[in-house]
Ligand binder design. Structure first.
Ligand SMILES: [Zn+2]
Length: 152
């Protein structure tokens, strides 16, 4: 499995924030969520682009995303979600490791439904060491992740 030094999604810390996984992908909880439940699907190895996945991996990625949504539906009591991929720097990709954002939504969580995107665009991608966004504490993270792990 290919890993890259200093990549937040390749760091061993990523194990502690994983609440669901398949053979090649993991669902992780964001340490600096833009809304409660903000999670991501990432490949276990350092893959930069969606275009590098074969059909089988692409299917595995979407299936894990769906399974993560099922967990988040129960945990965050909603059936509304934003899914997004920022592919390439001009599209807002800040970490060169493919990640699909999955964000639970609920009525009036933001002033307008589309307001999540500017928040995401301002996200600097430092999932584990974000300083630019309010982080959840280690205890809070551990408790959310263990709660989500029990919900599969
Ligand atoms: Zn990586």
């Amino acid at each position: 499995m290919k890993h890259k030094k200093d990549c937040p999604f390749c760091e061993p810390k990523v194990f502690g924030v994983t609440f669901l996984e398949s053979k090649n992908f993991r669902a992780i909880y964001n340490a600096a969520p833009i809304l409660p439940g903000h999670s991501m699907i990432v490949p276990k190895s350092h893959v930069e682009s969606l275009m590098k996945l074969n059909d089988k991996e692409l299917c595995e990625l979407v299936r894990l995303g769906r399974d993560a949504v099922k967990v988040l539906q129960k945990a965050f009591h909603t059936r509304s979600f934003n899914w997004t991929i920022q592919e390439g720097e001009p599209a807002g990709q800040t970490v060169g490791h493919l990640h699909v954002h999955i964000i639970p939504r609920s009525a009036k969580d933001l002033p307008r439904p589309g307001d999540w995107y500017p928040k995401l665009a301002a996200w600097k991608g430092k999932i584990i060491d974000s300083k630019s966004r309010k982080r959840i504490s280690k205890n809070e993270m551990d408790s959310i992740v263990s709660h989500l792990r029990k919900m599969k």
